[in-house]
Design a protein around this ligand. Sequence first.
Ligand code: ADP
Ligand code: MG
Length: 560
Amino acid sequence: MASFNEEIINMATTNGATLIARSLKQQGVDYMFGIVGFPVVPIAIAAQNEGITFIGMRNEQAASYATQAAGYLLGRPQACLVVSGPGVIHALSGLANAQQNNWPMVLLGGANRLDQNGMGAFQEERQVLATTPFTKYSHVVERVDRIPFYVEQAVRTAWYGRPGATYLDLPDDVILGEIDEGQVHMAATIPPPPVSQASDVDVQSALAALRTAERPLVIVGKGMAWSRAEAEVRAFIDTTGLPFLNSPMGKGVMSDDHPLTVGAARSHALKEADLIMVLGARLNWIMHFGKAPRFNPGVRVIQLDISAEQLSTNVPTEVGLVGDGKAVMAQLNKALAADAWSYPADTPWRQSIAAKIESNRVSMETMAADDTAPMNYYRAFRDIKEAIPRNAIIVSEGANTMDIGRTQLNNAEPRTRLDAGSYGTMGVGFGFAVAAAVVQHERPVVSVSGDSAFGFSGMELETICRYDLPITTIVLNNGGIGGGFENWPADRPLPPSSLSRTARYEKVIEAFGGQGYYVEDPADLRPTLDKALSSGKPSVVHVLIAARADRKPQEFSWKT
Ligand code: ADP
Ligand code: MG
């Protein structure tokens, strides 16, 4: 009897789909976002059987955005599953966005049977070629028995070093292929990335450079959020007393209400600093390339990054700290403990920042107090800011909505802001919000979007309602891309940037069973937000904004 059972066990077979799911689960993939169809349905089912949560979305683009936000929030890569051809092509947007933001994700694309390659198979596409410019690693899985090997490569490459996107091409016959359990060789389980440190010489040089600065400024970027360096960065700022600026998604590593933030005097601080200490951020367009006129032409740079290639990009680095953000900040703190130093409490630099913060505060409060309908942005954000719970994840996209929102909405905790990011991608909001609500259900999720940004992935409201995710989406509608046009003459062609001013975005969610609210009168905004946020239900709060509502006057245009 025993030998008969053994024979059955020995003869047991498994298939490609199961081996893919089992390998992903083994490598720490707990979530899979995607859209099923030929030939990937068996993978999604196998994933559920292996204990992976599958979230089915409405467009591969949004699914790929969701996957990378989940990876960023969880600190390890998650998976996106899409069909062959158009499915993979739609997901390219997500690969590109993940690469540009240095967020990890693994894309799994179905493909035609290997023996139909080149024949014009259903949805045949050169997917490895197409994904290569947007990934760190892209490969065909050509045999069932090599699945564990390739999954390990894809997850590890996305995760280790500077994070990014990877791709696996999964032909139909590999997904359906059978293999004896006895022939399966699982790969080693990937340990968390090895932690690299800066050299002691560079740590000492960085502290020595700081001591010689008259107008130092620390810039905290999302590399610090990714490396979970919040405790170390907070200790460093509190010990040194250095003024700091959060990058858009670095917000919350240091709380926006910390007394040393220069957030409300950003332009002034960047322009006048004689030394910047850039922690896990890039001197790209978001940081105005580190160049004049936005920066002091001779600005000195200390730069911490996991990627040595990043140093000296656009501005020569004086001291480079190459290593993991959390580990290098701990090195700096240790060196400071041995040889204490702090930036003096009363300097002309601190006074000039404080004066600028005060004058900006007065001009913003004047705009925020304006109760004219339709509202201006500052008036709308005044109520939104007060209504959003402190531990919420804030998702934000749009032109003015995102730019002004970034300055008006506070983040107190790390990794609580997800926005259009380094690539400036509009349409990420719904995918990010879904991911946040799925992987961090203990936090409220509030998505603040412009009317244009809403349109890119608006159908994901069905996903949100289907899974009953308690996401509050606030749409600030100015009737256009960057702004609309009131009373446009009917006999003239519509301006390219115009969108429907009379659209009722809140009704879209009602069609799927969620709650919609529409606000025109500023007096109704706060009570409506409170109702939506406390409902615990999927909701859309549609807020009409003046078509030409603008920001407070800016000294520089955004691309300088
Ligand atoms: P931000 O948008 O906040 O400026 P960027 O995406 O431009 O941020 O830059 C983040 C930087 O953080 C990248 O250059 C990336 O290499 C770096 N980085 C990523 N992971 C780590 C890490 N573990 N430690 C330190 N730096 C990191
Ligand atoms: Mg708009």
